[in-house]
Design a protein around this ligand. Structure first.
Ligand SMILES: Nc1nc2c(ncn2[C@@H]2O[C@H](COP(=O)(O)OP(=O)(O)OP(=O)(O)O)[C@@H](O)[C@H]2O)c(=O)[nH]1
Ligand SMILES: [Mg+2]
Length: 471
């Protein structure tokens, strides 16, 4: 695999023939490079990704279906989402320069990029690669098999009219997809006229993004309450959030230091991460700087952001493996909870008709009441740590509208063992191929994972035992 430096894109302008000493100011389009080693690594990564998808589809998805995981937690992953290019989501208040940044990164001067000093972008816009520039409207984009937006339908049909994909022939888009968003407005303007919940859409996008760029305007760093709300939904994804202090060339050095301090304080307060967020400071467009006191810093940060984007295709696979292990662990805990509920369903509501307080309504009430006790029991019986349990109130809210108690799975140790096996044996085996960690020099000899293949095939061959689902 190549070093970061070999793939580092050059964002300085090409030397002009008229001036022998090129201007170091970073004007001009970004140059995006893929080395041959990266292409070879891509092939290996795709094979690992294919095997990971197979594991999910064969071992995990049937258990998700049986345990109604989609109702309680998250819809199944789609193959398109799984193999999508890394996605970079740009979120920020209006006029902070999101669309200008997309234009700078792609080098495309598309008429669909609306850049104005007043609020301009009015749609969520995926900027994707294609030979010819064109616009694909939301409903069509959500059914295109080449794009990972099938799941957008769960946000409501009205949202799809506020979504579009812009196809551009930019080199960078061969490796990553950029998602531009409408700027966050302040006050009631933010909600009026929007037929969808802005924060939920950002949450959906952020969950699927590999990197979230939060843009700020150094020139007017007032963070509105509405933007704080949006930042709150990004808290679970804080590890992939980076801040962009844009238009930093518009203020002098003294004020820039103040603005930088205020930004760190505000972001730290909302995201509540122990680590200081990475802030890229510059003017992320192709124009020369106004104040040049910090020109070197600006140039370096423009280079650094491109370097970070450049590394995404290589690190995306490890991130996918990581989030897959986390998902399987959540599915396993969910399975423990629902099967514990199923095994302890009281007899009376099952026998009584709905009018007499029985049926699903009666069972819903019983399950909601019992939930704290069930969580404790699950910790005790299955060794689930408290931090791995889902949020009690959110889970209770889903139970209150669940109507399929008769079809919950009874406890089956084999299912649980199957999930554990995927996490402890199958995925580590895949990791061995792409983890990039050297072997121990003098291994101890026999390793418990040496018989992994044998056991994996045993698991694969086991026909899924049909569980009792009726009572
Ligand atoms: N100095 C400076 N100005 C910029 C930069 N990027 C954008 N601008 C200006 O800022 C204004 C807003 O830019 P946009 O790219 O439309 O900002 P946006 O965040 O996409 O705005 P909305 O779509 O309304 O949310 C325009 O007048 C741009 O010319 C930059 O890096 N430096
Ligand atoms: Mg815009």
């Amino acid at each position: 695999m190549s070093s970061d430096c070999s793939k580092l894109a050059d964002c300085s302008p090409p030397p002009s023939s008229s001036s022998p000493t090129p201007d170091p100011a970073p004007s001009g389009a970004v140059v995006w490079r893929q080395t041959e080693e990266d292409s070879k690594a891509d092939v290996a990564s795709r094979e690992v990704l294919r095997r990971l998808w197979q594991l999910y589809a064969e071992m995990v998805l049937p258990i998700e279906h049986e345990s109604h995981y989609a109702h309680f937690a998250a819809p199944p992953m789609t193959a398109e989402e799984f193999e999508a290019k890394p996605q970079v989501l740009l979120v920020g208040q209006y006029s902070t320069g999101k669309t200008s940044m997309v234009k700078w990164l792609t080098g495309c001067d598309s008429r669909h990029f609306d850049i104005k000093p007043q609020p301009s972008t009015d749609k969520f816009m995926a900027v994707v690669h294609g030979e010819e520039e064109k616009l694909i409207k939301g409903n069509a984009a959500a059914v295109l098999p080449q794009l990972p937006y099938q799941g957008l339908a769960c946000l409501g049909n009205s949202f799809l009219s506020s979504f579009q994909a812009v196809v551009c022939p930019a080199e960078i888009l061969k490796d990553i997809t950029l998602v531009d968003t409408p700027g966050v407005l302040s006050g009631s303007k933010h909600r009026i006229g929007r037929s969808y919940n802005y924060a939920s859409v950002v949450a959906w996008m952020a969950e699927r993004a590999d990197l979230v760029l939060l843009t700020f305007d150094a020139h007017k760093l007032d963070i509105s309450d509405e933007f704080q709300e949006v930042m709150e939904v990004l808290r679970p994804h804080a590890d992939k959030v980076r801040c962009v202090l844009n238009k930093a060339d518009q203020i002098d050095a003294k004020n820039l230091v103040r603005v930088y301090g205020a930004l760190l304080w505000n972001v730290g307060k909302v995201l509540r991460t122990p680590e200081v967020a990475r802030v890229f400071i510059s003017s992320f467009w192709d124009q020369p700087y106004r104040f040049r006191d910090h020109q070197q810093l600006f140039d370096e940060d423009k280079e650094a952001i491109i370097q970070e984007l450049n590394s995404l295709p290589r690190t995306a696979l490890l991130r996918k493996i990581d989030s897959m292990v986390a998902r399987i662990s959540r599915v396993k805990t969910h399975l423990c909870i629902v099967s514990h509920l199923r095994d302890n369903l009281p007899m009376l509501p099952r026998l009584l008709p709905a009018v007499a307080g029985g049926g699903d309504r009666g069972l819903q009430q019983w399950a909601c009441q019992q939930l704290p006790k069930v969580f404790k029991e699950v910790q005790r019986l299955h060794g689930v740590s408290p931090g791995d349990l889902p949020d009690l109130e959110a889970y209770r809210a889903r139970l209150a509208v669940f109507e399929d108690f008769s079809r919950l799975p009874a406890w089956d140790a084999e299912d649980s063992a199957r999930l554990q096996h995927v996490m402890e044996v199958d995925i580590p085996n895949l990791m061995g191929d792409v983890g990039g960690v050297s072997l121990v020099r003098n291994p101890l000899g026999f390793h418990p994972r040496d018989d992994a293949e044998e056991r994996a095939s045993w698991f694969c061959c086991q026909s899924r035992k049909r569980r009792r689902t009726e009572y």
